[in-house]
Design a binder for this molecule. Structure first.
Ligand code: 5GP
Ligand code: MN
Length: 316
């Protein structure tokens, strides 16, 4: 069980540490990367020793995030000592891959906004009402009166935009908008960020063209899903947005994307208009938010699909 911290206590814990490792979750997205890099830039300015770890490949589509060159992949068998390990935007310890083994830390802090948070860290700052961990970063900087640069602001704007669909999803609150406004006041150009977030490689578009024919409906059209089979899967493509295609179809309540990342490993992304998909993801060892959640099922894609659909059919 974690000790829950206030923003002030979270800021003080960060300031008290000298050697800090920040880490993202695996399958990194704009929120975990932007939040970690914006905070890393600030801590570096404060003279801290900072490492940013991500135990996964970084898709080329993220190369525009300021400071991305700071991100390192931890090597199995190595040891990194730290006063503080900060897990950003991850709701469970398994979401950080081998970082938990490589880093020998004195204290573990988790900053997160997932309702499915498992309270694994010594210290936790959790705000499940925040649209993104990037929104929490804005509140932290404001509460601590930490100076913010344009680059840090860009990182947090990328983080927030990613998780609230550029301020369109149901998790967008007045606070989310105020955080966005504050970041614009620091010089962020929203069109520049949104152009870069929307940009897709040709490879990604070609993969989408191969994946769309797999669109399948279930439960009288209340469930729709796409499947990326082993032969189509290419880790260089960024498939994060693909689940939006089944999502915005009339009558669809739950949209799913199944991705065969290995012969017996299937990544699942779920989106819903109302049904609590975080609960379903949790029951498969994953997590997320009520309307956006995911999990990894250790089975071939057809089998994983049957297992998950059996649960989802009960809900619609
Ligand atoms: P996505 O479908 O975009 O990968 O993820 C949707 C949401 O669910 C994100 O907030 C993400 O962090 C969370 N999520 C996705 N997969 C997993 C998982 O395997 N475990 C946990 N704990 N959360 C996940
Ligand atoms: Mn997030």
């Amino acid at each position: 069980m974690s000790k829950e911290l206030s923003l002030q206590e979270t800021g003080s814990l960060l300031m008290a540490a000298q050697k800090i490792v920040l880490c993202t979750h695996v399958s990194p997205d704009g929120d975990t990367l932007g939040s970690s890099l914006g905070l890393a830039k600030f801590l570096l300015q404060r003279g801290k020793e900072v490492i940013v770890f991500c135990d996964d490949l970084l898709n080329k589509s993220f190369s525009f995030i300021p400071g991305l060159e700071l991100v390192q992949r931890p090597e199995a068998g190595t040891v990194v000592e730290a006063d503080l390990l900060v897990v950003m935007d991850a709701s469970s310890f398994d979401r950080i891959g081998i970082v938990g083994e490589v880093v020998k830390y004195q204290q573990l802090l988790n900053i997160d906004h997932h309702i499915s948070n498992t309270r694994f860290a010594d210290y936790l700052y959790l705000n499940a009402k925040a649209a993104a961990t990037g929104e929490i970063m804005c509140e932290l900087f404001q509460a601590m009166e930490w100076p913010i640069t344009k680059e840090m602001a860009e990182c947090f704007y990328i983080a927030i935009s990613t998780d609230c669909g550029s301020f369109r999803y149901g998790n967008t609150t007045p606070k989310t908008m105020r955080a966005g406004a504050w970041l614009l006041e620091q010089g962020v150009q929203p069109n520049e960020i949104s152009d870069k977030l929307e940009m897709k490689s040709r490879l990604t578009m070609e993969m989408l063209a191969k994946v769309l024919p797999s669109l399948t409906f279930e439960a009288e059209g209340k469930i729709a899903y796409l499947t990326i089979t082993n032969d189509i899967y290419n880790k260089e493509a960024n498939t994060d947005s693909f689940v939006n295609y089944p999502r915005y179809i009339e009558g669809v309540e739950i949209a799913i994307m199944f991705k065969a990342v290995e012969k017996k490993v299937t990544r699942v992304s779920m989106r819903s208009s109302n049904v609590d998909v975080a609960q379903v993801a949790l029951s498969f060892g994953g997590g997320g938010h009520i309307r956006a959640a995911g999990c990894t099922i250790y089975a071939p894609v057809e089998e994983a699909r049957e297992q998950l659909l059996a649960e989802l059919r009960k809900l619609v």
